[in-house]
Each structure stands twice: as structure tokens, then as C-alpha cells.
Design a protein around this ligand. Structure first.
Ligand SMILES: C[S@@+](CC[C@H](N)C(=O)[O-])C[C@H]1O[C@@H](n2cnc3c(N)ncnc32)[C@H](O)[C@@H]1O
Length: 350
């Protein structure tokens, strides 16, 4: 249910005081920033089984007074405990932020910390209508890319199996994973069917990361990689399935039409394109995560956005897809699927 900040006539608010929930919303960045700084400094791993602020400051080469202030705030937020002068991890920080834990999310969360810098340019981006970048952000560093792909891989760890199940693999022998990142989705599809061969298309430095995941999964014979540019390359032909997962939000409507047209060309008759993304309702104000993700794209890309199911359906039909359907998945993303029914040429070929 969406909140609307409306002053109820029967409630008397003290003059000059904001309602609590509005106040908390405006100051929410404080907790977020404190937690992200702790992750950037790797506070939770450095605390290990317990540490005083002074010992931690020496270990992290940080200022002792400031370190104690940060640790006290983390205790107040429920991310640490404090007994006398000893700070300790909680079960949640051991599980999610510590090396060696199966659920360690820190590498991916460092991507969230990177996004912080972009979000701080939001006001300028709204004035300019596009990403204004932050100093030195034109070419992402190797570390930025590693964190980004780690975040994508973490997000996909459970979702990829759900997607493979929802889409099905019957009749699918060749899958193209456009902008396939860590290869998480190709791995899930390859595990779902022995007959399926996947190709992960991505940028050179990401392909190296995908190759590592494919090797570790022992699926080198079933998944190959291709360095390419999804914004302009021809995508090949005779694929039974083209997966476009978390890609369309990086692109403008024109770029999406062009990409989907090339996906159509890459499919064999009766092949399907599967788009996974944040999908907005028609008025674009819900779900909240999708509406906020549009801003993430505003601050991070020249022309990215999040789009509604109606927009996806219109683009797919425009380039020749039929039987367009939507498959709901647990939040925050869902699927839009279109099929290439026959040997027809794509509409509006370039
Ligand atoms: C948001 S990630 C999605 C990764 C994966 N499909 C998933 O759902 O987990 C976007 C991917 O697109 C890739 N990408 C971005 N621009 C690209 C381009 N011009 N050509 C090829 N890949 C690109 C990125 O490297 C990244 O792996």
C-alpha cells in the first residue's frame, strides 16, 4: 500500500515539526551512509570475534575518535553489539558481511556504495535531463566492474533458477544471453537442460568474469562467451531463446526498439525473446522499487529508464514479435516474453 503524506484534520501537529515518518524518510541517508562506510572500511571483518574501537582504528588505519563514533552508531542501528568497550558482530553481520560465509553479500554491496556517489548528483541530473557523471566516472575502473558484476551475480543466485523454470527449456537448444554478465542465467538454463548450449555476450572485462564462473561450474563445454557490443552488433541467428535480463533499463526507447529488432533477427522461427526487468504499472508510479530504479538509471546512464509493460509490448509487436505475455516473478522484476512465429522479416529493418 502506498503512503500519501496527508495531514489528518483530527491530528494536531506541533507547529514547525515534521511528522515522524516524513522526517525519517528525509534523513534515511544517514543510516544508509553509516552502513556503507562500514562496508567500505570492511569494519565487520576487521572486528572478527570482537574488538575495541582503538584496536580497530589501528587495524584499519582510521582515526580512533571517529571510528568509535561510527561503531556506536552501528550499535544504535542494530548492526553491532557493545559490551563495556568491546564491539561484536551480530548474527546478521556474520552471515551477510563476513568473508567465507555462504551468504556474503559484501562484494555486491560495495556496488551500492559506488552508486551513492552517482545518486549525490541527482539534483543536477534532473536539471540536465541525463547523467552528469561524477569525476572520473566515464570509464568504470576494474574494481567498479568487479563489484557491479558481483552484485548482479548475488541478485541472480536464486532468481536465475526461477527464471529458467518459468521460461522452460523445451525445444531450446541454443540460448543467447545478451549482456549476460557473470553468466548466472546461462548457468541456470544449462543446468535445467542437458540439450541446451548458451552463449554469453558481454564486454571484454566482464566476459573474463563470466568465464571464471563457467569454469567453476564445470560447464565450459556447454556455455561459450562472446565479446561484443549489445548496442550495435548483429547478434547472430538461429537461437531458440534470446535472454535480455536487466538490460533494457540501460537504454532509451529507441535503443530498446533497435535491440529487440536485432533479437528478432537472431531467433529461429518460433524462438522467444525473454526480457527480465523492473516493470512499471501504466501510470509509472508503482511498484516503488521500479519507480526509484528509474532515477538510478537517470544518474548512471545517458538515456536509461524503467518502462511499463505496455511500452515493452508495443516495442515487441512493432518489431514483429507475437504472443506477447507477462510472467510475474517474486519482486522486484518480472518477465515479458514474445515469440517469433514464422519466417517473416522484422518490421522496419534498419
Ligand atoms: C545490469 S547487468 C545485467 C547482467 C545479467 N544479464 C543479469 O541479469 O544478471 C548489465 C550487463 O550488460 C553489460 N553491458 C553493458 N553495456 C554493454 C554493451 N554495450 N555491450 C555488451 N554488454 C554490455 C554489462 O557489462 C553487464 O554485464
Amino acid at each position: 500500500m502506498r503512503r500519501v503524506f496527508r495531514l489528518e484534520p483530527c491530528v494536531r501537529y506541533t507547529v514547525g515539526m515534521l511528522p515522524n515518518d516524513l522526517n525519517q524518510m528525509l534523513r534515511g541517508y544517514m543510516e544508509s551512509r553509516a552502513a556503507l562506510t562500514a562496508l567500505e572500511l570492511d569494519v565487520f571483518n576487521a572486528i572478527g570475534l570482537g574488538s575495541t574501537a582503538g584496536a580497530l582504528a589501528r587495524k584499519l588505519s582510521t582515526d580512533a575518535r571517529a571510528t568509535e563514533m561510527l561503531l556506536n552508531a552501528l550499535v544504535a542501528m542494530g548492526l553491532l553489539t557493545k559490551q563495556r568497550e568491546m564491539f561484536c558482530n551480530t548474527p546478521a553481520t556474520v552471515r551477510y558481511f563476513m568473508k567465507g560465509s555462504e551468504d556474503d553479500a559484501r562484494p555486491g554491496l560495495l556496488h551500492v556504495a559506488n552508486l551513492w556517489h552517482r545518486w549525490s548528483t541527482l539534483t543536477e541530473c534532473v536539471r540536465a535531463g541525463t547523467s552528469v557523471g561524477s569525476p572520473g566516472s566515464d570509464q568504470p575502473s576494474d574494481e567498479w566492474t568487479r563489484n557491479f558484476i558481483a552484485a548482479m551475480h548475488y541478485n541472480a543466485s536464486e532468481r536465475a533458477t526461477l527464471v529458467a523454470e518459468a521460461v522452460g527449456t523445451e525445444g531450446v537448444e541454443r540460448l543467447l544471453d545478451v549482456g549476460g554478465g557473470s553468466a548466472a542465467y546461462s548457468l541456470a538454463f544449462a543446468r535445467a537442460s542437458d540439450k541446451l548450449h548458451a552463449t554469453v555476450l558481454d564486454q571484454a572485462k566482464v566476459v573474463l568474469i563470466a568465464q571464471r564462473h563457467i569454469r567453476e561450474a564445470d560447464l565450459t563445454g556447454r556455455i561459450d562467451t562472446r565479446i561484443g557490443d549489445l548496442r550495435c552488433d548483429r547478434l547472430g541467428g538461429d537461437f531458440n531463446l534470446v535472454l535480455v535480463s536487466a538490460i533494457c533499463h540501460m537504454l532509451s526507447p529507441e535503443e530498446n526498439r533497435d535491440l529487440l529488432r536485432r533479437c528478432f533477427e537472431a531467433l529461429a522461427p518460433r524462438g522467444r525473446v525473454v526480457i527480465q526487468d523492473f516493470i512499471l504499472e501504466s501510470d509509472k508510479t508503482a511498484p516503488k522499487q521500479a519507480a526509484l530504479f528509474a532515477l538510478n538509471m537517470l544518474v548512471g546512464t545517458p538515456a536509461g529508464n524503467t518502462y511499463s509493460a505496455d511500452e515493452y509490448e508495443a516495442w515487441l509487436r512493432e518489431v514483429g514479435f507475437e504472443d506477447v505475455s507477462r510472467v510475474s516473478l517474486p519482486a522486484p522484476t518480472s518477465l515479458i516474453i514474445g515469440s517469433r512465429q514464422d519466417m517473416k522479416m522484422p518490421r522496419n529493418p534498419r
